[in-house]
Design a protein around this ligand. Structure first.
Ligand SMILES: [Zn+2]
Length: 239
């Protein structure tokens, strides 16, 4: 895969050489709309990717699609994960919109268990603040950080540059949470074509989503990451 070479080099320059990454998200579509380009970059670099999603996204609507919302969203999630090259995907049944009412100990124990089963060496999450400010996103990240601390794993967050968040908030009246440059640890070159194909799998959620397309345009061909937790040094494989 010649296209993967620049991505491999970039990954190895900027982050430890991971073997297996587990993405921890709140909703089906977060893995694509949010983490899609990063998961695609990891996969292209030969890093095995897995996703655990806490809810079925049942608080949303079908936006005109036919069928049972939970089943439609589960199928969309599976297809998108396949497009992104995800080796294992798991959708849990916690309540969409009310993830913060679930005990952190229950959520983090689940993440720790899945991470152990998948022999994960890094957790990938939305930034603290949840990117869009959604409480479910923040809770999913809290659970992953708590699990990362408990089992000694790096936790890497997908984050928005401050200027991107500022523009989106100004144009759409949104509540995106961005980070200044000095809080961003990695600038990762990405190829968005696969992410866009994964997004298209979530037809019930992506058809009328101008803020998503604008964010992808503003971010261009890179994503930003920051460490929320570093595991013990001896367990890392820094180069
Ligand atoms: Zn979400």
């Amino acid at each position: 895969m010649p296209r993967s070479q620049p991505t491999v080099a970039a990954l190895h320059r900027t982050v430890p050489v991971y073997r297996r990454v587990l993405a921890v998200v709140a909703h089906p579509d977060d893995e694509s709309f949010g983490l899609g380009a990063v998961l695609g970059a990891f996969d292209a670099a030969g890093v095995e990717t897995s996703v655990v999603c806490f809810t079925h996204g049942e608080a949303s609507t079908l936006c005109g699609a036919d069928g049972d919302l939970r089943q439609v969203r589960a199928r969309e999630f599976e297809r998108a994960a396949a497009v992104l090259g995800v080796a294992r995907s798991q959708m849990l049944d916690y309540p969409d919109g009310r993830l913060s009412t679930i005990a952190l100990a229950e959520l983090d124990a689940h993440v720790a268990r899945v991470a152990r089963d998948a022999a994960t060496d890094v957790l990938l999450v939305f930034d603290e603040g949840g990117i869009t400010g959604h409480p479910d996103h923040r809770r999913a990240t809290e659970a992953a950080v708590s699990a990362g601390r408990a089992v000694g794993l790096d936790v890497l967050a997908w984050a928005l540059p401050e200027e991107t968040a500022r523009l989106l908030n100004a144009e759409f009246g949104a509540s995106f949470v961005g980070r200044p440059d000095d809080e961003l640890d990695v600038r990762l070159p990405v190829d968005r074509r696969r992410q866009r194909r994964a997004i298209a799998c979530h037809a019930s959620q992506s058809m009328n989503n101008p803020i998503l397309w604008r964010r992808l345009d503003l971010l261009g061909e890179s994503e930003s990451l920051r460490f929320l937790h570093r595991g013990p040094a001896e367990s890392r494989r820094d180069q």
